[in-house]
Design a binder for this molecule. Structure first.
Ligand SMILES: NC(=O)c1ccc[n+]([C@@H]2O[C@H](COP(=O)([O-])OP(=O)(O)OC[C@H]3O[C@@H](n4cnc5c(N)ncnc54)[C@H](OP(=O)(O)O)[C@@H]3O)[C@@H](O)[C@H]2O)c1
Length: 311
């Protein structure tokens, strides 16, 4: 099988594609033929070494934690899946070694759920990390309820677009900041779009004169500095992109119940991950460069079935 690896910390230039033996599979694990693997900002940060003091690294490292694919084989103790099942999951491990930028990945059953039939492979790969982050921020940390108004900074991005849809599914009204080119997309989700910039606070206050009940910052860039000007007195604030004394920082973690809840929202037509671009495995470096540039308009996904020109 083919896999993408890096042998030293660094940027996209460290990535090479190589042949490798099939990954070994434990009794509680399944072997998944990868149909889609998302390229998350976290992959790029980790590849630069930001987690090297927290996670043991065993080079060569295959990046990537998000996967969508087909079960090829099951471990001796597995009853949850059978070969041929379509799955998606968040395969993060305690160490950096075996990731999802590959044709095959072995992963414990608890990291996977059945893929809703309505999803494309790219959409399914775009869901796990972004979806878990958005769900845990909106539902668990902020506890967004019906009738509330929620401000989401970076509402058009990989996490923000999922958070907007999840908050709307909770019955909330969403005001989302984004670039002007993403306003029609946000409106199509049912959110009220607002441009970033010096007049953003005034525009948000016009939309929510009593102040917003909750704020989720998925953008950073000092977005939370306007909190005092736009918030109701008892506002709850969560962030994944910055730190602020008045905000709870959310760190996404694997929770099979949350993954099931996300799949149910998709199956119910309430959630659709936004895919910005797809690349073949051999162009993982170009895919990472697009993510780093911040111009992808949705999640960038590697599709092993795609062939690069000349392959
Ligand atoms: N703590 C965790 O567990 C966790 C999990 C996932 C992600 N994250 C972090 O959360 C952040 C967002 O992740 P993502 O995957 O959603 O990234 P993404 O898909 O690249 O989205 C980034 C968003 O930032 C907005 N943005 C870009 N430039 C901006 C600026 N100057 N001012 C305000 N907003 C700007 C973009 O909106 P426009 O294009 O509309 O401008 C876009 O919506 C990243 O920093 C990522 O590392 C943390």
């Amino acid at each position: 099988m083919k896999r993408v690896v890096y042998r030293a910390f660094g940027g996209p230039e460290q990535l090479v594609i190589e042949e490798a033996p099939l990954p070994r599979m434990a009794q509680d694990s399944v072997l998944v033929r990868v149909r889609g693997a998302a390229v998350n900002p976290a992959d790029i940060a980790i590849q630069h070494g930001v987690m090297k003091d927290q996670m043991d690294t065993f080079f060569p490292v295959t990046p990537g934690w998000d996967v969508a694919g087909t079960v090829e084989a099951i471990g001796a103790g597995v009853s949850e899946f059978v070969p041929g099942d379509e799955v998606l999951g968040y395969t993060r491990q305690a160490v950096l070694h075996q990731g999802t930028y590959a044709e095959m990945v072995a992963t414990p059953v608890g990291t996977l759920v059945h893929k809703p039939r309505s999803m494309t492979w790219a959409e399914a790969a775009a869901l796990p990390l972004g979806g878990l982050t958005a769900y845990q921020a909106i539902v668990h940390t902020l506890r967004v309820r019906k009738g509330e108004s929620v401000l989401i900074h970076g509402a058009s991005g990989g996490v923000g677009s999922l958070a907007s849809q999840i908050a709307i599914a909770q019955g909330a009204r969403v005001i989302g900041t984004a670039s002007a080119s993403n306003h029609a997309y946000l409106a199509s989700l049912g959110a009220d779009p607002v441009a970033y910039g010096e007049h953003a606070a005034g525009r948000i206050r016009e939309l929510a004169p009593a102040g917003v009940d909750a704020i989720f910052d998925a953008a950073g860039h000092g977005s939370l500095q306007m909190t005092g000007a736009v918030a109701a007195p008892q506002v709850r604030v969560a962030t994944i992109a910055d730190s602020a004394p008045h905000a709870t920082t959310v760190y996404a973690r694997l929770d099979a119940g949350d993954l099931e809840a996300l799949a149910a929202l998709v199956a119910g037509g309430k959630l659709k991950p936004r895919v910005g671009a797809t690349f073949p495995l051999s162009q993982a470096a170009a895919a990472q460069r697009l993510v780093a540039a911040g111009s992808a308009r949705g999640r960038v996904v590697l599709l092993p079935s795609l062939a690069a020109p000349g392959e």
